[in-house]
Design a protein around this ligand. Structure first.
Ligand code: AMP
Length: 353
């Protein structure tokens, strides 16, 4: 009997944990990443060490697998479309294209999915920036439309900002200016949708950041009203349905003081705020992504334990020895060879038994 094969674009920790989850179902993984040291290469059956723009390598990779998912959004759209000629790409290249550009994404969210976001303005010239800045009349956040993550590619502006200086320093004319949201806290929700349109939702969680990087996820989010829970679920279902999602989608939300929820951004892949599910749920987010992509019926998202997920950033990874025998802790080490400050090296799920 031949094993099914899943292709994974990107060999970082998300790709690695997806490959480990696939192995539980007897599914082999082929991983594509230009970096020799990508941590997912340690746990897959075939490695493609090639540039993401190398269409010949992309063709060979996608012809040899049953379906493909990606673990990050910054792969060239032309490569994603090329994969679709030879295999199933889940989520699709259309969904990838929406998530790659903050302007396209925000327009999609407001106009198609009809969910609420912060007020935003397209800024493709200095004049655009000046007029939208004057319209917002207060705190705002200037963001590059593409390639931003963990707070990179964005600047917070107050009323006295020196716009000329900001414009020159950001070095891009593909920007959006957003109204600064005075949120109470940051939440997220993850939804899986299969090819027949059936969905499974994970509990809504609270996320705490340090230096713009996710530090902790508290699952489920404490003191959350039923109304907010229902709102988050309905937002997730609207977005997933409108996108025609097959796969997994994470939705980052701002909770306001009056309980209103605004969508910050979406990510069509397993998400750091879903790592708690590895030890907290019947089916974790990686297993669910594998199921949705490979056409296996979605699993239960029921909670087994409340969890606090603690990211191990940089040298924090050396803490694993301290926690490895703690019965309330589940240690996950991504096997990265080089410890760098700000680099996600692993995480610990503190489970409440
Ligand atoms: P992003 O890359 O868009 O996810 O933004 C990174 C972080 O910056 C978010 O998690 C928020 O903490 C903060 N942030 C982004 N956009 C806004 C906004 N419009 N208002 C307030 N905070 C924001």
């Amino acid at each position: 009997m031949k094993n099914k094969i899943l292709g994974i674009i990107g060999g970082g920790q998300l790709g690695r944990m997806t490959a480990l989850a696939a192995a539980k179902y007897g599914i082999e993984c082929h991983v594509f990443d230009p970096d020799h040291d990508a941590p997912a290469f340690q746990v897959c059956s075939k490695s493609f060490i090639n540039d993401y723009k190398d269409l010949k390598a992309i063709e060979e990779f996608s012809s040899g697998v049953d379906a493909v998912l990606y673990e990050f959004e910054n792969i060239p759209l032309s490569s994603a479309k090329h994969i679709e000629k030879f295999s199933l790409l889940r989520p699709s290249s259309f969904i990838l294209s929406v998530s790659q550009d903050r302007l396209v994404e925000k327009k999609f969210l407001c106009e198609k999915a009809k969910v609420k976001t912060a007020k935003f303005y397209e800024c493709s010239s200095y004049e655009n920036l000046e007029s939208s800045f004057n319209e917002i009349k207060g705190l705002s956040v200037l963001k590059t439309r593409r390639f931003g993550y963990d707070g990179k590619g964005q600047i917070k502006l107050d009323d006295h900002a020196n716009l000329k200086k900001v414009w020159e320093s950001i070095g891009s004319d593909e920007l959006i200016l957003e109204e600064f949201v005075p949120f109470k806290r940051e939440l997220s929700i993850i939804i899986a949708r299969d090819y027949s349109g059936k969905v499974k939702l994970y509990d809504i969680v609270e996320n705490k950041h340090k230096n713009h990087i996710l530090d902790q996820t508290i699952a489920p989010a404490p003191n959350i009203s039923n109304d907010s829970k229902n709102k988050a679920k309905s937002i997730a279902i609207k977005i997933a349905t409108e996108l025609g999602l097959v796969g997994l989608l994470a939705i980052e939300l701002f909770e306001l003081n009056d309980g209103e929820l605004l969508v910050n951004e979406i990510a069509p892949r397993p998400h750091n705020s879903g790592h708690w599910t590895m030890d907290g749920c019947v089916t974790d987010q990686f297993e669910q992504a594998v199921r949705a992509t490979m056409g296996i019926e979605l699993g239960s998202t029921e909670i087994l334990y409340n969890v606090i997920m603690q990211n191990l950033i940089g040298k924090d990874i050396f803490l694993v020895d301290k926690y490895i025998n703690d019965p309330h802790c589940r240690v996950h080490n991504y096997g990265k060879k080089e410890v760098r400050s700000g680099r996600k090296m692993g995480h610990i799920n503190h489970i409440k038994i």
